[in-house]
Design a protein around this ligand. Structure first.
Ligand code: EPZ
Length: 424
């Protein structure tokens, strides 16, 4: 397929009003779909988001030997009767670093794996050293050759206690998949507690794993001999929901975020309430509304769950760019996640970055401009800025957006936004 560069044109000045259907969570769908490698039985997945990252993962799983059949746009069955290839080539992993998740699953299923190192990423070094160290503690023999992780565990893996020095989401998920079929008990300490990790443990238990402590900082896994097929529904994407909550707030709108669960974003919604934005759990989602001009300056620091999510930092920075005063936004998870700042400055924002902290001095308005997306969440923050800016904004390189937002223009247009995608 000819790969075409596309941009989005946004006319500022709309008030978002209506309903937005939140799609399945990208950061659960990716590990959940990889878990299909752990069994030769058929897996049935519901509410799978239709995203570029999911399609990239399907290309990799197809190479590994998984048969993939779409029942409908959001339902898919995966069967990995046999492993055709225990290799994740560089070309896949460089495009989608979550491909590293096949490492633990392949070692668990076929006692070996060859997975390309992901390499750098726009938002930071994002090493996988903790994934590798944990597997070595479980008995895997690992060497790094020509940019690849060569892993072997001819006798299988052995459970043990593993303490993570840093909370790592995919690190937790990778080792969970290694441990479910290991000999004996594995205790993971200082693990990620994200809702996606908790739901992932629920999936593995539905497949016959014996995991306890999901959602806390210590997870215990009793290894079993094999896992069986299961059916699983992906939970709503809290980061997509949080993104649209900010788009609603900044345009003085009122939107029902359908299927969103308030308690998946408590820290975030409580921050928005402090800013002066109303966020309420309703029966079928969270209702967000903002009808005063005031955006109170509230400083935040990103942290692992249940703290303020790093994946909503760029979007929040845009909101603070119009605050009545000055707020600081501190990024504690990644070392280079302020690439949206220079682009926002071209739209009139007044933000200065000092190490991990961006000091945002509120301005009266933003003005439309040509801007460039650099990573998934930075790109959507530029769309949000375009919704409220005076005049027209063009966001280039929007392939970043398509990795994590399903039908973004349609969802925004249905709430009154003037947004259109065009080929460059
Ligand atoms: C997951 O990435 C998410 N991706 C990211 O979402 C999210 O930003 C991140 O967790 C933090 O919440 C998926 O779940 C697919 P980490 P992950 O390992 O697992 C360091 C998005 O926009 N670290 O929790 O790769 C690392 O450098 C994406 O949807 C090591 O040093 O993140 C980072 O500073 C972006 N060594 C910190 O830990 C390791 O071995 C947290 O990273 C692993 C991580």
């Amino acid at each position: 397929m000819f790969w075409m560069l596309q941009s989005i044109r946004i006319a500022g000045g709309c008030r978002l009003k209506g309903e937005i259907e939140i799609s399945g969570a990208k950061n659960l769908a990716l590990p959940a779909l990889v878990a299909s490698i752990l069994t030769s039985d058929r897996m049935v997945y519901k509410n799978v988001p239709n995203l570029a990252d999911v399609r990239s993962l399907f290309d990799l799983l197809d190479c590994i030997g998984t048969e993939i059949n779409y029942e409908d746009t959001h339902s898919v069955t995966l069967s990995t009767g046999t492993i055709k290839s225990a290799t994740a080539p560089y070309d896949f992993v460089r495009k989608m670093r979550a491909s590293i998740l096949v490492l633990g699953a392949l070692i668990a299923r076929c006692k070996k794996a060859t997975v390309s190192l992901p390499g750098g990423c726009a938002i930071g070094s994002r090493g996988v050293d903790l994934h590798i160290k944990a597997l070595e503690l479980m008995g895997a023999e690992i060497s790094i050759e020509n940019g690849y992780i060569e892993a072997k565990a001819p006798k299988g893996l052995t459970g043990c206690d593993i303490t993570f020095p840093v909370v790592t989401v995919t690190g937790t998920e990778n080792i969970l998949m290694a441990a479910v079929l290991a000999h004996g008990t594995t205790r993971l300490i200082n693990v990620a507690m994200e809702p996606e990790v908790e739901a992932f443990c629920e999936l593995l238990n539905k497949m016959g794993a014996r995991i306890s402590g999901a959602g806390t900082s210590v997870i215990t896994i009793e290894g079993v001999n094999e896992l069986h097929g299961s059916e699983f529904e992906i939970i709503p994407d809290r980061i997509e929901a949080g993104t649209y909550a900010i788009a609603t707030a900044i345009t003085n709108g009122e939107v029902l975020l359908k299927n969103c669960k308030y308690d998946h974003l408590t820290s975030f919604f409580e921050t928005l309430n402090l800013v002066g934005i109303s966020c309420e759990q309703k029966e079928n989602g969270v209702f967000v509304s903002h009808n005063t001009e005031e955006i109170r300056p509230i400083s935040i620091q990103t942290a692992p769950y249940p703290g303020f999510p790093t994946d909503l930092q760029a979007q929040y920075t845009v909101l603070m760019s119009l605050c009545n005063g000055s707020a600081s936004v501190t990024e504690n998870i990644f070392e280079n996640r302020f690439m949206h700042v220079p682009e926002l400055a071209r739209m009139g924002a007044n933000i200065s970055v000092h190490g991990k902290t961006a000091v945002v001095n509120g301005v009266k308005k933003l003005t439309g401009a040509q801007v460039m997306a650099t990573d998934l969440r930075a790109s959507v923050s530029l769309v949000i800025a375009g919704l409220v800016a005076e005049g027209e904004t063009i966001v280039n390189r929007i392939y970043h957006l398509d990795r994590g937002y399903e039908n973004l223009e349609e969802k925004l247009s249905n709430c009154g936004a003037n947004v259109e995608r065009f080929n460059v």
